[in-house]
Design a protein around this ligand. Structure first.
Ligand code: UDP
Length: 330
């Protein structure tokens, strides 16, 4: 199978590259390297069936060539990460909405019958209250919620773009509402919590808990996530309906900090940082985020395999090995 992965040098994208190369597929990855990193995919550069291009989807001369003759497209390219999303609201709209339109338009123009998976986000639930978030809920947004609302609506627009192109052109599109994803290659630079906590715990620095730490999240290991995405993309009945992709286990951020400290055997403390200091004045926190995963299960039979403890232990081990090799190399 020929596979195109936009955002292929990113955290989730690079794991998908590895999965498909392992399957024996040909993979073309494209990334503008804004948050993606060349080092994420360097191990694949020697693979015969792997190509990588650095490009912005809205300005990519190779788009037509990439889309024609492809069997599957994972569209993951987007502005992501809380710090970037809040700092670059215009880029969020340009890349997230414009990039998705560019891909879908090219699919229609080329007449390819590729399976398409569009990455949406649990941020589409906005300020929707409810213990568990299921795909059928009415959605609530706060217009003055700052950049986060812009990001949420850009992702909701992606879902509506998928449905529009499915209805009007019959494209087989899957939409994955990705909940918090964690694992190797996730960078803490853009705000993601777990790589930050692991690094802080290993450096003996305080773990920076934003707010009072009572907010909850549900974390899914990326190696599970990519399996779910593969199954979802290949589902013959795809009709653009969104599907939550995540792990239903919920944990508060304070408990997460304590768990990381415990697993690392670290002497770090927790430092509480007010949201305004972390993200700026207009920030409205999301208190709880837990997916209902019934639709994912019934559509794909997917069951996550990694526990949060296993992921944390794996990240700690990798950080230690990396720190050791840095020391030895110096
Ligand atoms: N967070 C934190 N300390 C950090 C980074 C993040 O307490 O150093 C919190 C953040 O405020 C949020 C949760 O951890 O409540 C998850 O943050 P992340 O950016 O990973 O994902 P989000 O769910 O916000 O998209």
């Amino acid at each position: 199978m020929n596979v195109l992965i936009t955002g292929g040098a990113g955290f989730i994208g690079s794991h998908l590259v590895g999965l498909h190369l392992n399957n024996g597929d040909s993979v073309l990855a494209v990334d503008d390297l804004s948050t993606g990193r060349r080092s994420n995919i360097e191990p694949f550069f020697d693979a015969e069936d792997f190509c990588f291009e650095v490009a912005d989807l809205l300005d990519w001369p190779g788009l037509g060539r990439a889309v024609s003759g492809v069997d599957r497209i994972y569209h993951l390219a987007a502005v992501v990460g809380m710090f970037r999303v809040l700092d670059e609201p215009v880029e969020v709209m340009r890349v997230n909405v414009g990039g998705t339109e560019a891909i879908l338009e090219e699919v229609v123009r080329s007449g390819t019958r590729a399976e398409i998976l569009i990455a949406s986000s649990s941020s589409v639930y906005g300020q929707t209250q409810g213990k568990e978030l299921d795909e059928g809920l009415d959605l609530v947004f706060t217009p003055e919620g700052g950049g986060l609302t812009g990001y949420a609506l850009s992702k909701l627009t992606n879902e509506l773009q998928a449905i529009a192109y499915q209805r009007e052109y019959g494209l087989p599109v899957a939409v994955a509402r990705l909940f918090n994803t964690v694992g190797p290659r996730q960078a803490g630079d853009y705000g993601f919590v777990l790589p930050r906590f692991v690094r802080q715990a290993l450096d003996g620095e305080p773990l920076t808990v934003f707010g009072d730490g009572s907010q909850t999240r549900s974390f899914c290991d990326v190696r599970d996530t990519i399996e779910a995405l593969e199954l979802l993309a290949g589902n013959k009945a795809n009709d653009g309906r969104p599907v939550n992709v995540g792990n239903a286990r919920e944990i508060s951020i304070l408990d997460l900090a304590e768990l990381v400290i415990e697993r690392a055997g670290s002497s770090s403390d927790v430092e509480f940082i007010p949201y305004e200091e972390a993200y700026g004045e207009k920030f409205r926190t999301i208190g709880q985020r837990r997916p209902v995963v019934e639709r994912l299960k019934t559509t794909t039979g997917f069951q996550p395999k990694w526990t949060l403890e296993q992921t944390i232990d794996d990240l700690i081990e990798r950080e230690r090995v990396e720190a050791y090799s840095r020391e030895v190399l110096v």
